[in-house]
Design a protein around this ligand. Sequence first.
Ligand SMILES: C[S@@+](CC[C@H](N)C(=O)[O-])C[C@H]1O[C@@H](n2cnc3c(N)ncnc32)[C@H](O)[C@@H]1O
Length: 250
Amino acid sequence: MRDAAPVSTSPRALPPNDPRQYDDLAGEWWQADGAFAMLHWLARARAALVPPAARRDAVLVDLGCGAGLLAPHLAGKGYRHIGVDLTRSALDQAAAHGVTVVNADVTAVPLADGCADVVSAGEVLEHVPDWPRAVAEACRLLRPGGLLVLDTLNDTLLARLIAVEIGERLPTVPRGIHDPRLFVDARALVAECARHGVELRLSGIRPELGGTLAWLLRRMRGRSTGRAEPRIVPTRSTAVLYQGHGRRSG
Ligand SMILES: C[S@@+](CC[C@H](N)C(=O)[O-])C[C@H]1O[C@@H](n2cnc3c(N)ncnc32)[C@H](O)[C@@H]1O
């Protein structure tokens, strides 16, 4: 990961959640202090939910994998990491980090039923207009007993305030990357997963406050934040950002 590069915002004026923003921000993915910094923190927390593979040839399908930020955190766990994403410029970077890439929509994944020991859907459902379709795909890909891990933003006023009105004014989230109308109601997500045989357990998460403030101050003063990235910690409320995990029945 490179350090202390300037954060750029998308040079084009694009509508909220327009996927072309990821092309405009392609150079930001792997910068520790870049526009996608918080995705690195979240990838570490998501990977902590993934146990070492229980069998040889185990597969983890990473829906909306972006540039493969999950890859370093899976190293040594024994999975073949397959990443699915719409954005070619991100997939090229994921491939360079050892991810087997599939250029596809997460609502229509060209992979076989039950092919995955783990499906990860990190920070993607809130970008998909038909997120129930993406959840159905995630569950279809899981083998019986397979594990679904995800994190997303809740469909609440508080999430709009914190993730969009405040978050997108900070150098950790690109401005205009979210369309809050797509945020994912936590209860509806649990119900949708249950319909497809996955009993999802949710927990609220947030970046730790002290570490985040120190990170922001260093970042705003133009100093390298180095490897001192804020931890993602549990919080009682799922009203803003939340993780989910659950195994497919059968
Ligand atoms: C916020 S990024 C998260 C990337 C990655 N999961 C991470 O946490 O670093 C959202 C990603 O989802 C992808 N994406 C959005 N909608 C998608 C869709 N319908 N099908 C496939 N990928 C999609 C975008 O191209 C982008 O790479």
